[in-house]
Design a protein around this ligand. Structure first.
Ligand code: SF4
Ligand code: SF4
Length: 434
């Protein structure tokens, strides 16, 4: 879906407000899928604010401090129930909301795929890792760490290769850093000429807006990679900053023809919903609050990217600098149903260990008998003995323990399988010649 914009579903609900969930929601809208909502257990989404704002502005509600209670349906999902949760991640009774949808995207619980790396390290085998094999971080961080790991590997075999510059490690640290706090924005004060309004409220490792400006008028405050961008200087209205921003956080406001009703240039990337002259669109501010209905003056692709269109709207000067985007999704799509289908029990017929087909009921029965050692559960049921190496069932078993009110410190974790690799029998049969 994110690469080819194919449409695997019609109506999606997303669990998880990290960049993966948020960006998947945006790609879903680009693919023509209706996105009913997104819930995040923490009080704030962990993804970048610019990406979160992008989704909210297009009309997707984001429920923070909420978690999924149940995915409902018989043969397939027909709705999802979510509820508000307290500081201890316990559901607050009476806050359930149910939404119609046909797919629930779970974008939480990402874990690094580092078993091999850790086992190799503990066995004293030289190992270099990057991406998810090292840790969970952004794609740009994974790519850059891949470059470092590649060079380290090459140096291992050819020590004469030049050492990795210290600045690379510094950049790698910046790329994987968490986003900074959300700050208030101050739009440029003037009301003449043309200039960009940058709605980027948070320090994140992103800076193309500052490198692309031919006038050198956009600078990063603080760190050159992860500071916050500010405009100060001349603007020739080239639109380069607007089209390059992955967060669609830059608009241009043009007062040259009419100071009271300037033209606002808005970036737009949802090609399945065409926008043309005289369409009426609801402009929204950075948080997705509506600012009013306005006619479109025109829309066309930018020189830099055929995926980004620039939509022109004339708006009163009181709101021109606040407008960032326009809503594309009807409120009806995201409205909760009037009935709730709560189900806070993990059902006994659900499968915990997909490799060995062990059900919740089998594990729960042992937990109820007082078994708190996952190794014993494994010995009795085979849960965790499959080829995935207990990647999935370990987390699911922890949920069953939680549901049965067993504290984490009273559980005994399973022993990890040592590093191994499957060897074809032929390797032994012909003395290792093949
Ligand atoms: S529109 Fe062009 S000149 Fe103006 S700030 Fe953006 S990049 Fe610079
Ligand atoms: S390109 Fe600039 S304005 Fe856009 S998200 Fe990155 S830092 Fe923010």
């Amino acid at each position: 879906m994110n690469r080819d914009l194919i449409k695997p579903t019609e109506k999606l609900f997303i669990v998880g407000g990290g960049n993966v969930g948020i960006i998947a929601g945006y790609h879903a809208l680009q693919a023509g899928i209706r996105v009913v909502g997104l819930c995040e257990a923490l009080p704030r989404c962990g993804g970048y604010k610019v990406h979160e704002d992008k989704l909210r502005r297009l009309g997707v509600p984001i429920y923070t401090s909420h978690s999924i209670v149940s995915a409902n349906g018989k043969e397939s999902v027909s709705s999802v129930t979510i509820a508000e949760i307290d500081r201890n991640f316990e559901m607050i009774q009476g806050t359930e909301k149910t939404f119609e949808c046909d797919t629930v995207l779970i974008a939480v619980g990402l874990e690094s795929v580092s078993e091999f790396t850790r086992e190799a390290e503990s066995a004293g085998i030289p190992v270099f890792s990057a991406g998810d094999a090292a840790e969970i971080a952004e794609a740009s961080s994974a790519m850059f760490n891949g470059k470092i790991a590649g060079l380290k590997t090459a140096r291992y075999f050819k020590p004469e290769i030049k050492d990795i510059p210290g600045s690379w490690y510094e950049k790698a640290e910046i790329l994987k850093s968490h986003p900074g706090p959300v700050q208030e924005l101050t739009a440029p004060a003037g009301e003449e000429g043309i200039f960009p309004v940058i709605h980027c409220k948070q320090e994140i490792p992103c800076n193309p807006c500052s490198t692309v400006c031919p006038e050198g008028s956009i600078r990063m405050q603080g760190d050159p990679v992860k500071g916050r961008p500010i405009f100060n200087g001349k603007c020739q209205g080239c639109m380069k900053c607007l089209s390059i921003c992955p967060g669609l956080a830059i608009t241009l406001v043009d007062y040259r023809k009419d100071k009271d009703n300037p033209i606002v240039f808005l970036p737009y990337e949802i090609s399945n919903i065409k926008i043309q002259k005289d369409d009426r669109i609801t402009l929204v501010d950075v948080d997705g609050n509506p600012l009013g209905l306005f006619p479109v003056l025109g829309a066309k692709a930018t020189k830099e990217s055929n995926r980004t269109q620039v939509v022109r709207v004339r708006a009163p000067k009181e709101i021109a600098k606040k407008a960032v985007a326009f809503t594309i999704q009807d409120r009806e799509v995201t409205k909760p149903l009037t009935r709730n289908i709560p189900d806070d029990q993990i059902r006994d017929d659900e499968v915990v260990c997909l490799c060995e087909r062990v059900t919740v009921g089998e594990v729960r029965a042992l937990v109820k008998k007082g078994v708190t050692d996952i190794n014993q559960i494994k010995a009795v049921t085979r849960a965790g003995m499959g080829p995935c190496g207990a990647k999935t069932c370990t987390n699911l078993m922890a949920q069953i323990f939680r549901a049965e009110k067993i504290r984490q410190e009273d559980m005994v974790q399973n022993v990890r399988r040592p590093l191994y690799i499957e060897v074809p029998l032929g390797k032994f049969a012909d003395g290792g010649q093949s």
